[in-house]
Ligand binder design. Structure first.
Ligand code: BTN
Length: 270
């Protein structure tokens, strides 16, 4: 492999303005998966002591074992992606955490580039209809009414997937969509700032905080009003995406007229 472009981690530490998210930063140029390390840190503390600080962020430049939703792999573009995981102990539903993460990524790209990403239910961030960011939320045993949660975020900053035709149809990068000067450090600092703002709204802002995050996320959701194919494991259904419930469930009207609530799965816009 050509030499790996490394994150300027001390510069990032210096520019971070957050109070919680990223106060502890763990960085390794190569890591099998940032989510795996985050889950290991939580589990080993459960066995023998103090849990990792809430808001701990794990970063890498290259992730050979990157994991996606539904058991898929997350393709690494070494040195060209934002690859991070955040350790959190939310006292609110995970469906809101999904919205918090997608909204923060969407805002960070909009604030650091001239681009305006969309959100596809539940948490893909799109540019020109293609996926520029994937989010994987994983949990371990919860305690005291709080989840032990890891929010894994992968953003394609530069490079492209043109070597892989099938992936190139579905995935893109910020540079490929016209912004080739963005630095990963600036995007990460803005992303963590936006994430913190919405996380605190959810954690401490009660129903009004949850409503604000929901409506920010809903404003950029492109799924409603579209015909969709929903894949849940082996099961596939099609219909018209009508709206999203307060709990994050997608309402889909099937061709036989029945409406179903979708809580998980992959949604393809048709
Ligand atoms: C998806 O769209 O399927 C979710 C992809 C999530 C990828 C990120 S990259 C950082 C973190 N570590 C992982 O192993 N996966 C997530």
């Amino acid at each position: 492999m050509e030499s790996l472009p490394l994150l300027a981690i001390e510069e990032l530490r210096g520019t971070l303005q957050t109070a919680l998210i990223g106060k502890t930063l763990i960085y390794h140029p190569t890591l099998d998966s940032t989510n795996t390390l985050a889950l290991d840190l939580i589990r080993s503390a459960q066995a023998d002591g103090t849990p990792p600080a809430e808001g701990t962020v794990i970063l890498t430049d290259h992730q050979p074992g990157g994991r996606g939703r539904q058991g898929r792999r997350w393709q690494s573009l070494p040195g060209q992606q934002v690859l991070l995981s955040i350790i959190l102990y939310p006292a609110f539903p995970l469906s809101s955490l999904v919205m918090c993460a997608a909204l923060a990524v969407r805002e960070a790209i909009a604030q650091t580039t001239a681009l305006s990403p969309a959100i596809k239910w539940p948490n893909d961030v799109l540019l020109a209809g293609k996926k520029v960011c994937g989010i994987l939320i994983e949990t371990t045993n919860s305690q005291d009414n709080r989840w032990n949660a890891v929010v894994g975020i992968g953003v394609n900053v530069s490079g492209s997937f043109k070597e892989d035709h099938e992936l190139a149809e579905r995935a893109t990068s910020i540079a490929e969509q016209g912004n080739s000067t963005i630095r990963r450090e600036a995007l990460i600092a803005t992303l963590l700032q936006c994430f913190e703002e919405h996380y605190l709204q959810l954690q401490y802002g009660g129903s009004e905080g949850a409503r604000q995050v929901w409506s920010g996320w809903r404003e950029y959701l492109v799924t409603c009003g579209r015909r969709v194919r929903v894949q849940q494991g082996e099961q596939i259904m099609e219909g018209l995406a009508l709206d999203v419930e307060d709990n994050g469930a997608l309402l889909v009207r099937q061709d036989d007229g029945t409406t179903v609530q979708i809580h998980w799965g992959d949604v393809h816009l048709l």
